[in-house]
Ligand binder design. Structure first.
Ligand code: FAD
Length: 473
């Protein structure tokens, strides 16, 4: 066994691919041991949801950026693949590590973490989990009876009364020790995260800069240039939102950093004209927290209706009939929805924006989801799975929570009988048709399809179908 102070400390990064404000990294660095920063590509563990295609693309670039940032500090990123339950103990043994640190996750993957924590502790290691990815741990925001909030407004009111933890600076090069020999690492290219035949990622490359640097730049440009327009966040043609969701999803920036920029040490340099929009923006970050809390309390959020009465809903097609996301859908209407060929301009614009850029404006996400669920009577889970595969911000809490919100089956959800009318939504939020023209340039020509359904008729059918839920409630 090597001398005690030379036994390394492992930082296991997961959804926290950043060096600043990273509690696990800071805690490990403070031990003054050689530091091993590892990312484990785990597609097989129980409770792990394999990444969708757009997320894989993001992950590849985010890990590349992280490795470059670590190299600037004199270190490197270690990559390993396989079930974390095997890979991590093997790494501990190989390096004769003394401690392991990670930032918590809130999905059912936390069972993996809990198991590892107790087994590694039994072997005598110091193992610590830290709060790094939310403003507040889910179990800290509870009502008077100690239960989870089911409604957002009281949830967010209670959350804002809690203190936010202090921001942590990025460790300096001089504060870090590295092993004499870098641990063996997988080659990132071997993980095949990037698309090749065909390479569909051109639009993603044009839109995004994955990594901590890109995240910090986005926050800054948002606060200085776009926050002032945030009251127009519902208009998809207006560049009024932050675009931070994939950066938050991969933890390239923490909500604590965002909070500090607007409410803490950074607040002084927020343009006065933009300040009035800060509370609304932060409440959207609050919806992210509310979603994470739902997942924490309901690990099967992407599978089960949050409100069980929805189990009685008579969907037109089951998820099985629609089939996997990497094959043409077994239902023609769903294939038209995926490809942006429904003949309903706002829906098609959104679905094409998603395919091209890996994101879609929030207002339009609500419209396309409502169209799939209510006008096509497709199980919300089929839409959730498509978003999971195509969104760069696909999040195991926010994605199912929002799909269930639109379906009416979720926490604090839109009532099922509120069916978004895509034509009225376009008139209201894209009155000049600017957003639609950007994505559906052939509108008004013979190349554009007729609507695949009658909006009024299908709305009526959806409300009839909903009677089954009312009867079960
Ligand atoms: P901003 O308006 O700048 O908001 C700031 C941050 O707040 C976002 O980056 C995001 O982290 C959070 N946020 C905003 N709105 C929501 C919301 N409704 N729920 C949870 N967090 C929110 N968001 C995801 O991050 N991942 C998903 O997989 C996801 N799937 C969605 C599916 C559907 C059907 C719908 C209707 C919404 C979904 N959203 C999801 C929420 C929302 O659309 C995106 O977070 C938002 O469009 C991201 O753009 P922005 O970063 O510019 O948002």
């Amino acid at each position: 066994m090597s001398r005690n102070e030379n036994r390394p400390s492992i930082v296991w990064l997961r959804n926290d691919l950043r060096l600043a404000d990273n509690p696990a990294l800071t805690a490990a660095a403070s031990e003054n041991r050689p530091l091993v920063v590892v990312y484990v590509h785990d597609e097989t563990g129980d409770g792990i949801r394999p990444l969708g295609s757009a997320s894989k693309w993001w992950l590849h670039h985010s890990l590349t950026a992280l490795d470059a940032a670590l190299q600037k500090l004199g270190g490197q990123l270690t990559l390993r693949s396989g079930p974390a339950t095997q890979v991590l103990p093997a790494l501990v043994q190989e390096l004769d590590a003394a401690s392991v640190h990670w930032n918590r996750r809130y999905s059912s993957a936390r069972d993996i973490d809990a198991g590892l924590k107790s087994s590694l502790r039994e072997q005598g290691l110091a193992v610590e989990s830290h709060p790094g990815n939310l403003l507040h741990e889910p179990w800290h925001v509870r009502n008077g009876q100690g239960e989870a909030y089911k409604v957002f407004t009281p949830y967010w009111r209670a959350a804002q009364e809690l203190a936010v933890r202090d921001l942590l600076p990025q460790p300096k090069r001089t504060e870090l020790r590295w092993p004499d020999a870098a641990p063996v690492s997988d080659e990132l290219a071997e993980w095949s995260l990037l698309p090749t035949h065909p390479d569909w990622a051109g639009g993603l490359r044009d839109t995004w800069t994955p990594g901590e640097g890109g995240a910090v730049d986005r926050l800054e440009s948002f606060v200085i240039e776009r926050l002032v327009n945030y009251h127009r966040r519902d208009e998809p043609a207006v560049d009024a939102t932050s675009g931070l969701s994939p950066h938050l999803r991969f933890g390239e920036i923490s909500p604590t950093q965002i909070w500090d920029r607007l409410r803490g040490s950074g607040a002084e340099t927020v343009p006065t004209s933009a300040l009035k929009n800060a509370a609304k923006f932060l409440s959207e970050v609050g919806w992210r927290e509310f979603s994470a809390t739902q997942l924490f309390d309901n690990p099967r959020l992407a599978v089960d209706n949050y409100r069980p009465a929805f189990d009685a809903f008579p969907w037109g097609y089951t998820v099985d009939q629609i089939g996997a996301v990497d094959e043409p859908a077994g239902v023609a209407e769903v294939e038209a929805w995926r490809r942006g060929r429904t003949g309903v301009p706002l829906v098609d614009a959104g679905m094409r924006e998603l395919w091209h850029t890996g994101t879609m404006h929030n207002r339009v996400r609500m419209v396309v989801a409502s169209f799939l669920i209510k006008n096509l009577l497709i199980d919300w889970r089929a839409g959730e799975q498509w978003f999971w595969d195509t969104l760069v911000d696909a999040d195991d809490a926010s994605n199912p929570a929002n799909w269930q919100w639109v379906a009416g089956s979720g926490a604090d959800a839109a009532p099922y009988f509120r069916v978004f009318n895509p034509v009225l939504q376009q008139n209201k939020f894209d009155p000049a048709g600017e957003y639609v023209a950007r994505w559906v340039p052939e509108l008004g020509t013979a190349d554009y399809p007729e609507p695949i359904v009658d909006l009024r008729e299908t709305r009526r059918e959806a409300l009839e179908a909903y009677d089954a839920v009312k009867a079960a409630a």
